[in-house]
Design a binder for this molecule. Structure first.
Ligand code: NAD
Ligand code: AKB
Length: 316
């Protein structure tokens, strides 16, 4: 396979998405052409697979120097504070989520970076948004600081695209489920914890109630969606804020029943905490018609297929 010529910087590369996205990008663009960066120590799965730089994205000068020194042509910004952690320190979450994006967008504008990727979330929707098959354009009144920062971020992305021509692209990810790297403090993290506990303890106490439906996606679908969006011809991108993206929806009761098919002795109990209120404000399912129409999005994993794959890989 011939490698592409771009030089890519992934910021927040040691997080749940960053590890898998970095490895996928290295396969496509060549190991040395994808620089992984994070505040944390290099993730074990990244070690030896390509260049790693310690970076605080809040330090704009350092980021700017890195971009110039390595002739960066694409930036993937994944550093953020997620919903559950954000509620514990709202001002910090706002500061980090907004300033990191503004630093990247502004450097992209100044240096003529070819493409920027920044993820939004289903958290942009709020209690007054339609709950089922939530449309791309609808009432958007988020009530968590995470959702507020994502919504403001979407507006900034569109602004930098329309006003300065920065080719910034974005997806509103649902809750992402994966086995390679740990989740980073979200409300949908229960759907990962449940697999670990089912295998290790044969029981799980869920912090959401049994009937809480949320939109979810398996990581291979999320990585493919991200790359397909970034590879799509510019003319196909009609949404410059952030695309709705869907795959599956389920409740804790439903995923527990699916796990039970593989581990019959598994039991679940429920002790909803502060995260219940966050989940109650979010959609139950997503209408991603525009992503499908514009650049051909189609998910591959349903609850059943994802559960089988998660258990197989975690049991290894
Ligand atoms: P994560 O918390 O697992 O990873 C974020 C990474 O950013 C961490 O490794 C962290 O060390 C790093 N980071 C934090 N502050 C930094 C800083 N100042 N400088 C450099 N690095 C810093 O998050 P994730 O789940 O991988 O999410 C990545 C992005 O995708 C975020 O914008 C998140 O809001 C979005 N998203 C994630 C999900 C999901 O379910 N995982 C769903 C919707 C949207
Ligand atoms: C979270 O729960 O905060 C994330 C998200 C849906 O954005 N997984």
């Amino acid at each position: 396979m011939s490698m592409k010529k771009d030089k890519i910087l992934v910021i927040g590369a040691c997080g749940q998405i960053g590890v898998e996205l970095t490895l996928a990008l290295r396969k496509m663009y060549g190991d040395t052409n994808v620089i992984a960066s994070d505040l944390r120590e290099e993730h074990d799965l990244l070690k030896g697979s390509g260049p790693y730089v310690s970076l605080d994205v809040m330090n704009k000068e350092m980021l700017h120097v890195l971009v110039i020194r390595h002739n960066i042509t694409q930036i993937y910004l994944l550093a953020a504070i997620l919903s559950a952690t954000g509620e514990k320190n709202p001002l910090l979450a706002w500061h980090i989520n907004m300033q990191s994006l503004l630093n990247v967008l502004d450097i992209a504008k100044e240096e003529g970076i070819d493409k920027v990727y920044w993820p939004s979330s289903i958290a942009v929707f709020g209690p007054d948004s339609p709950k089922e098959t939530t449309p791309q354009h609808t009432i958007i009144e988020p009530t968590t600081i995470y959702g507020i920062s994502k919504f403001a971020g979407e507006r900034w992305c569109e602004y930098y695209n329309h006003r300065y021509g920065v080719d910034v692209r974005s997806l509103r990810y649902p809750g992402l489920i994966s086995y390679k790297s740990a989740p980073g403090g979200g409300t949908t993290d229960y759907a990962i914890e449940i697999f670990h506990e089912a295998l290790e303890e044969k029981k799980y106490t869920c912090f959401l109630s049994e009937g809480t439906y949320l939109p979810m996606m398996y990581m291979p679908d999320a990585i493919r969606a991200t790359i397909e969006l970034m590879e799509a011809d510019k003319s196909k991108i009609s949404v410059r804020s952030s695309y709705n993206l869907g795959a599956m929806s389920f409740s804790p009761k439903e995923i527990a029943a699916e796990i039970k098919k593989h581990i019959p002795e598994f039991t679940i109990s429920y002790e909803p905490d502060y995260r219940q209120q966050i989940a109650d404000g979010w959609p139950q399912s997503i209408d991603d018609e525009l992503a499908r129409a514009d650049w051909g999005w189609k998910p591959e994993y349903c609850l059943e297929k994802m559960t089988t794959d998660m258990l197989k890989n975690l049991a290894k």
